[in-house]
Ligand binder design. Structure first.
Ligand SMILES: *Cc1c(COP(=O)(O)O)cnc(C)c1O
Length: 370
């Protein structure tokens, strides 16, 4: 090989943490000096700032993305005997949130070109038990929300966005988080907007839902020691809120950088063995993950590793084949598109601040003749 070997991690936070080093340290010191750790000023301010960013009236912080989705479902009264439409190829949390309420996740196949749920296939899965559609903005671009909203309106269903991979993504100019009845976000460190630990939130324009989610997340309490629900404890703490406030002003710039990298991948990767992802025409993608497909996925991962490039698979086992769902309604079901994606998908490096690593990844992919 005529090019110098490099080490390219799948993801690193180093460029971001160097750029915001002072702000992140100050955020910690601010909370530490204030000596107040749960339910305080930082959380409230972050909720205001993130709601404004998404273009929603309300944002309610919580402990993580799974809890955010679960709280929305609970707050809408969804539970045993109900069904919720979920894509067959998402991260398991989308389905677990539904299962945790006692409702059944009903899986619908994606469009293999965009990896997003195929709205054409939703209607045939709707029954009188269906209460909601969970629209997952997988890999960083939004699901086809106009078609989903139309189906939901006709069948009187809630539209819940799983926006855990799509902070800042836009659909027809509007942000993820403001495209359905309510949205769940994750601020897991590796997400486009990540805390330095676990965190999440719910965004919505519905004041009643926001209030119910807030109470449910805090022991079912509307004011201290007064409990209207048998709630949970899943809150956004002050330290994580302060870190998120330090990072939020950089989110658009970080997403712009991801688009720069993705544009180069899309234009410069030229290899017949690779199928590149497609972007929906209403979408401004934020490229949480850059997913390609190839028949020889495992060989490609091995080859890239030999070149010093680290990859990932999102996700190696579809939900209906997970041991967690063994013996349940999904077990033994037939979702061939989800299976094909799980067998052929591979995610290549994508992170804020990637430099000459981009050239190297492209070069190595173009030379692959496995
Ligand atoms: C990360 C993620 C979640 C869960 O978020 P956590 O904060 O890890 O609980 C849910 N759905 C999708 C699509 C995700 O990628």
């Amino acid at each position: 090989m005529g090019i110098e070997k490099m080490k390219v991690p799948f993801v690193t936070f180093k460029p971001l943490e160097e750029e915001l080093n002072r702000e992140l340290r100050e955020a910690f010191v601010r909370v530490f000096d204030n000596s107040w750790y749960i339910e305080g000023e930082e959380g409230t301010r972050f909720e205001e700032e993130y709601a404004a960013y998404c273009g929603t009236k309300y944002c309610v912080g919580c402990g993580n993305g799974l809890d955010a989705l679960f709280l929305i479902l609970k707050a809408y009264g969804i539970g045993a005997g109900d069904e919720v439409i979920v894509p067959s190829n998402t991260f398991i949390a989308s389905a677990l949130a539904v299962s945790r309420t006692g409702a059944i996740p009903v899986l619908v196949e994606p469009d293999i070109r965009t990896y997003l749920v195929d709205p054409e296939l939703i209607e045939e899965k709707i029954t009188e038990r269906t209460k909601a559609v969970m629209a997952v903005h997988l890999y960083g671009q939004t699901a086809d929300m106009a078609l989903i909203a139309d189906i939901a309106r006709r069948h009187n269903l809630y539209v819940i966005e799983d926006a855990a991979q799509a902070h800042g993504a836009r659909y027809k100019g509007r942000r993820a988080g403001a495209l359905g009845d309510a949205a769940g976000f994750s601020f897991y460190p590796g997400k486009n907007l990540g805390a330095l630990g676990d965190a999440g939130c719910v965004t919505t324009n519905d004041p009643e839902l926001a209030e119910r989610v807030r109470a449910l997340s805090n022991y079912g309490s509307d004011y201290k020691y007064h409990h209207i629900y048998q709630g949970y404890n899943t809150r956004l703490d002050e330290i994580q809120a302060a870190f998120l406030r330090a990072k939020l002003p950089l989110l658009d710039q970080m997403n712009e950088d991801r688009r720069r990298i993705a544009d180069r991948y899309l234009r410069e990767i030229r290899n017949d063995r690779l199928i590149l992802p497609q972007v929906g025409h209403n979408n401004e993608h934020v490229w949480h993950i850059f997913a390609v497909r190839t028949k020889k996925r495992d060989q490609l991962a091995e080859y890239l590793k030999e070149q010093g490039i680290y990859t990932n698979i999102h996700y190696p086992i579809p939900i209906h084949k997970q041991e967690a769902y063994l013996g349940q309604r999904l077990d033994g079901g037939n979702w061939p598109v989800a299976e094909l994606i799980s067998e052929t998908q591979i995610s290549i490096p994508m992170y804020y601040g990637m430099g000459e690593e981009v050239d190297y990844v492209i070069e190595c992919l173009n030379r692959w003749n496995g």
